[in-house]
Structure formats: C-alpha cells, structure tokens
Design a binder for this molecule. Structure first.
Ligand code: GUN
Length: 282
C-alpha cells in the first residue's frame, strides 16, 4: 500500500486565489488594503527564507507588506519600539515578529507588546487564552493550516484518536486544542515520552511537530492513519520532515510531504488572518 499524498501546495494555492479575490473586493468596497508588518531580527537562514516566502505571498495576494530586517545585536527596547510603531500604524492590520529571536531578547515580552487585534500569529496570551476556552481568536498559522488540510481532505475527527508529537506553543499545544474542539480524543506526547511508538500506533490522525529529522518511523504508525508532518529539517542539503517518509508512506493512509505539505498552508493562513484583521477594521 502506498499512502495518498496530501497536497498542501495545491490546496494552499487554491485558497490563496480565493483570498486574492477577497482582498480585491475589500479594496473596491472600502478602499482598505490589508497590511502586514514583519520584523526579522538576526541572520538565521531559515527565518530569512520563511520571511521572503511570506513577503512574496503577500504581494501575490494583493496584501501590502513591509519587512524590517534588523541586525542580531538590536536591543529589546528597539524591537519593542518597532512593535509599538506598528500597533499605532493604521495601514498595518497584522504584525508578525519572526521567531526565534536572539537570546538577549525576551520573546514573551515582545509577543505581549503586540496589539492582540493585530496578532495574526495568534501568539499573544489573549489569543492563546481565547483558543483555550473555545472563543473566537486568531489561530496560530500552522495549526490553522493543519486543520484546513484535514477539512479539505474530508477527515472526520469526531471520536477519533489523535496523537500530537510535540508540545510547542506554536504548533503542538494549539493543534491539540483544535483537534479536541473537533471532538477527537487527543494525546500529546513528546521526545521524552516512554515507548512513544506504543502511543503513536494508537493514532488515527498523527501530527508530528517535534523538530527532529525522521524521528517517527513507519513502524510507529497505525496502518491507514492520516499523518501530518510539520517538520522541516535540512539534512545534507536536503529537506526532510520529522517523519521518515519512505517507511511511513508504506503504512499510512495519507501523508503530507516535506516540502509541499504543511509549509505552504502556514503562509496561506497568515494571509487569511491578515485579511480578516483588515476586514474587522471596517
Ligand atoms: N517561526 C517558526 N514558525 C513561526 C510562525 O508561525 N510565526 C512566527 N512569527 N515565527 C515562526
């Protein structure tokens, strides 16, 4: 058996076309052009690549974006100053501070300085709290993208066993809450879980966001499972996921490839959140 590939790139492209139409309509009706401000501090090559992709995607969808690339030595005070400026700028509807930040900058402090109404990453404690209690909020882009993929693929989560490997604030914890919201029975595990394979083998839906190349192997997957691989790891100049693809695709029912699975959906949902933020300004 060979798993069906879940085409995040294709699904993302279709959603971005729909979004471009929404942007054009909003502009025609109200004169508002959605605007995103991005702050990138330091030289992390992966962060620079992601930000370039976000910038390009904005331009293609008709969203105004400005990217401020700052040196790694930038002080926390300066970063907070930029955030304050974006909070007050009426052409900016969404603010994204690319993570990770250099060690001398307190990430939580910066995230908490962002106006929750412009927090298109959904990282502010107000938005994280709203997600926790089931109120409307900006959803973090990767978990939002994963849920969109599952919806488009017609995966019914009600009563299913969902296992999330990874417990980050960006992916693991929020995606677990969203799966729970769709009535899945959710288990969160991580790199230190004892006998991880015994847990992952119970999963009808397995989301892997642990940040370790090919950490989950085919023998850890239940036959027919839906496997969502969030990992992007560069190994010998090649991108690999957190799931060992060759082994996994022989067992899974469907699986996201790396690249071309979750990644394009993350950017798509960032655009979605930015457009939504602009629509709320009317
Ligand atoms: N770094 C890795 N993923 C993300 C993300 O979704 N948003 C931001 N701001 N930084 C990230």
């Amino acid at each position: 058996m060979s798993a069906k590939l879940i085409d995040g790139k294709g699904i993302g492209n279709q959603l971005r076309k729909d979004l471009a139409q929404d942007v054009a309509k909003l502009k025609e009706k109200t004169g508002i052009v959605p605007g995103l401000a991005v702050l990138l501090v330091g030289e992390d090559p992966a962060s620079h690549t992601y930000v370039r992709m976000k910038e390009k995607a904005c331009a293609k969808a008709g969203i105004y974006s400005e990217v401020h690339r700052l040196p790694a030595e930038t002080s926390e005070e300066d970063v907070l100053g930029w955030v304050d400026k974006f909070n007050k700028d009426s052409k900016i509807h969404g603010i994204l501070v690319q993570l990770p930040l250099p060690d001398h900058i307190d990430e939580n402090k910066v995230i908490e300085a962002i106006d929750p109404a412009k927090d298109v990453d959904g990282f502010h404690p107000i938005n994280a709290g709203r997600l926790f209690i089931g109120e409307d909020s900006y959803l973090p882009c990767t978990p939002y993208g994963i849920m969109k993929l599952l919806e488009v693929e017609g995966v019914d989560l009600k009563g299913k066993q969902a296992v999330v490997v990874g417990r980050s604030n960006i992916v693991g914890k929020p995606v677990a809450l969203l799966l729970l919201r769709q009535h899945a029975t959710v288990t969160i595990c991580h790199s230190r879980t004892a006998d991880l394979g015994a847990v992952t083998r119970t999963a009808d839906v397995l989301v892997v966001a642990v940040g370790r190349p090919e950490f989950v192997t085919g023998d850890m997957i239940k036959p027919g499972a839906v496997v969502i691989d969030v990992g992007v790891n560069r190994v010998d100049d090649k991108l690999v996921g957190d799931v060992e693809f060759e082994g996994a695709e022989k067992v899974a029912g469907s699986i996201t490839p790396v690249p071309g699975g979750v990644g394009p959906m993350t950017i798509t949902m960032l655009l979605r959140n930015t457009v939504e933020a602009a629509e709320k300004c009317q």
